[in-house]
Design a protein around this ligand. Structure first.
Ligand SMILES: *Cc1c(COP(=O)(O)O)cnc(C)c1O
Length: 396
């Protein structure tokens, strides 16, 4: 195989347009127009408007949860949750997650305590949590990764045994279920993201779910500067309100969830059969769930087996206009400010380091079709068989 059949070395790229990672589902224009006409007729932009209230109700029904409290985005949702739960001192969370999980703690004056992860599932290593709990730890933040779960039932037992609170960053796992319970019902609260890259989108947005009435009242009062519904005393408030424009898209996106989930699952299965035949690419299955949203296609690259490093494979794909990416990189313990403030973690999270160096994310969602999956996988197979040539050409 010749190196010059790759765009990295001058060939025409496989795709003439940049292929994003996903999800990027858009509702139909007609339904959007109808919904926005309502906003213009009512002349009502924000502050617990009718669309936001309707979205909260529909989310509650869909998830079977007592309270779904919509917010501007998940990052502020996590901050408001930490404040409403009156956390103090330290919070344990995995180091292998998006930076916002830890930044929500930094914004609320809490200290993140990084836990390593399981190499197979990528979820927090539950058996390592107890050793991290001291008298300053007030909570565990579970992160449900890759359309899977981090075993909320086991985490719940552990949190109870140590008398610490438990809540979740569930940005990856909207619509997923553990046995018959929807994610959103576990711990004291769970936070979802409705960012454009998530399976349900409100352009930006998110919601905090809880089955605890008192906590819900606190959450609503903190979210809306001047309070909302039942007034309770809270020390800090914020503007984390969702606007009617966000809720309009959110409602349509929630309606489309079954169709978009099916599309994701179909694409995931296509990837699965083809990736399983490529040496050195190990697809991560959504673990710990009975139903997944298949929001992500993530592989770990075994450099020796595949022939290329993860980073060189990303170069190859980028040149073909496939926006594969390192996710998560470099790991929270190696990100600012934690790499400076908490340098003692640097050699304590070996599994996180392994995955940060080997994980690759492929496109899935609205821009992807089964043909596109096939074309991406063809590049991968070709890159595997031409790996020696690519390496030598690249080093030149
Ligand atoms: C997307 C995401 C967030 C942040 O959500 P925003 O709505 O963008 O604030 C937090 N945690 C994880 C794991 C995410 O994937």
């Amino acid at each position: 195989m010749k190196a010059n059949s790759f765009a990295l070395f001058g060939a025409e790229p496989e795709f003439d347009k940049h292929l994003p990672i996903g999800q990027l589902y858009f509702p139909s224009w007609e339904r959007y127009e109808l919904s926005f006409r309502g906003i213009f007729e009512r002349q009502y932009y924000t502050n617990q408007g009718p669309l936001t209230e309707e979205l909260e109700e529909k989310l509650q029904q869909f998830l079977g949860v007592k309270h779904a409290i919509c917010v501007t985005n998940a990052t502020i949702g996590l901050m408001i949750a930490a404040e409403a739960m009156e956390l103090s001192g330290k919070v344990i969370l995995p180091a292998f997650t998006f930076i916002a999980s830890a930044q929500s703690l930094t914004w609320t004056d809490l200290e993140p305590v990084f836990c390593d992860i399981d190499l197979d599932t990528h979820q927090i290593a539950i058996d390592q949590i107890s050793a991290l709990i001291d008298r300053d730890v007030s909570a565990i933040m579970g992160v449900n990764l890759w359309g899977g779960s981090c075993n909320p039932k086991a985490l719940s037992k552990l949190a109870d045994a140590h008398d610490v609170q438990l809540y979740f960053d569930s940005a990856h796992s909207f619509g997923c279920t553990v046995d018959d319970t929807a994610i959103g019902n576990f711990g004291r609260a769970e936070v979802f993201s409705f960012h454009a890259t998530k399976v349900v989108s409100a352009t930006e947005g998110g919601c905090i779910c809880t089955n605890d009435d008192d906590l819900a009242a606190r959450l609503r009062n903190i979210r809306s500067s001047y309070g909302a519904r039942k007034l309770v005393n809270v020390v800090k408030t914020a503007n984390g309100r969702m606007s009617e424009a966000q809720a309009a898209i959110g409602l349509l996106s929630l309606e489309d969830f079954p169709v978009n989930q099916k599309n994701n699952e179909l694409l995931y299965r296509y990837y699965e059969t083809q990736l399983d035949a490529i040496p050195g690419l190990h697809l991560v299955r959504p673990t710990g769930v009975s139903f997944s949203n298949y929001q992500y296609v993530v592989c770990s690259v075994d450099e020796r087996e595949f022939g290329l490093s993860r980073d060189l494979l990303i170069e190859v794909l980028k040149a073909e206009n496939v926006n594969a990416r390192r996710y998560f990189y470099p790991g929270l313990h190696r990100s600012l400010p934690y790499v400076q403030e908490q340098a003692h973690y640097l050699d304590r999270l070996p599994n996180t380091d392994i995955l940060c160096a080997s994980c690759i994310q492929f496109p899935i969602g609205a821009f992807v079709s089964t043909q596109i999956v096939e074309r991406i996988c063809k590049i991968l197979i070709k890159a595997h068989y031409a790996s020696a040539v690519i390496r030598s050409q690249y080093d030149r």
